[in-house]
Design a protein around this ligand. Structure first.
Ligand SMILES: NC(=O)c1ccc[n+]([C@@H]2O[C@H](COP(=O)([O-])OP(=O)(O)OC[C@H]3O[C@@H](n4cnc5c(N)ncnc54)[C@H](OP(=O)(O)O)[C@@H]3O)[C@@H](O)[C@H]2O)c1
Length: 232
């Protein structure tokens, strides 16, 4: 089975690639063609046993790639993409950054799958609280992106984790603090019977989440949205 990872260079994506390699799945790790770290990723992913793919973010070109890769049958397309305020600023992304990147690139990837007329299982990394009607621009874009995946007609699993912690390239103090404080409060809630609430909002780590995404992606079960304990 072919596993193609969009967002392979991200915190979660690189762990998905690593774990797929350990399992002998020889995944394809997508790296943007203009990445300043392309040579480093070629080395890192190559040593792990993954193939680097630098197809541009273009519907026709990605569709042609998917057609070649997935035409033979089942496989997984991981969409583990998203920006942050810091990254978008550094890249001079204008307007609503989450609509442009988180939603825009998901739409592009899904359009490419549809155009390729193949049916890989889409494994979409969303977020707890995703909702098209959310007041938060981030959660609203995530909710709309989920709708794009759900209405695609292609098999899918959508993961909605809470905060993802671990050692990142860049420091995210806010996330770390939110995870520590939130987990403490949720532990108290768990003691007083709020187990579902605790499971849904408790932080997770990149390696635990990656392993759950792979398990869900390879599961031939029907389409679903997963959160909480099912992502551990
Ligand atoms: N962090 C959390 O606590 C959390 C919680 C719940 C859900 N999530 C969701 O999960 C997603 C993945 O998380 P993560 O921690 O792995 O994120 P991350 O480390 O920031 O990785 C994001 C990925 O998206 C790619 N990307 C960003 N902007 C791009 C652009 N303009 N064009 C092409 N590729 C672009 C990055 O590529 P480059 O490396 O080339 O920039 C990278 O591969 C997030 O975007 C977020 O929405 C995160």
């Amino acid at each position: 089975m072919t596993a193609f990872v969009l967002g392979a260079t991200g915190f979660v994506g690189r762990e998905v690639v690593r774990q797929l390699c350990v399992r002998g799945a020889a995944p394809i790790a997508h790296v943007r063609p203009d990445s300043s770290k392309l040579a480093d990723w070629q080395t890192t992913f190559g040593e792990q046993g993954a193939t680097v793919d630098t197809t541009p973010w273009d519907v026709a070109q990605l569709a042609a790639r998917f057609k070649a890769l997935f035409a033979a049958g089942a496989g997984q397309l991981y969409i583990l993409i998203g920006t942050t305020r810091g990254k978008a600023k550094a890249e001079a992304v204008e307007g609503d950054i989450y609509e442009k990147i988180d939603l825009g690139l998901t739409q592009l990837a899904v359009d490419a799958v549809k155009r390729s007329e193949t049916r890989p299982r889409i494994v979409y990394l969303s977020s707890v609280g995703a909702d098209p009607k959310a007041r938060s621009a981030y959660l609203s874009a995530r909710g709309k992106a989920e709708q794009v995946v759900i209405s695609s007609g292609v098999p899918y699993v959508i993961a909605r984790p809470s905060i993802i912690t671990g050692e990142r390239d860049e420091s995210r103090i806010g996330e770390k603090t939110a995870a520590v404080v939130g987990d403490g409060l949720l532990a108290v809630a768990g003691v007083f019977g709020g187990k579902k609430l605790r499971d849904r909002f408790r932080s997770t780590t990149g390696d635990v989440l990656a392993s759950a995404l792979i398990r869900l992606g390879e599961d031939p079960a029907t389409d679903k949205i997963v959160d909480g304990a099912d992502l551990r």
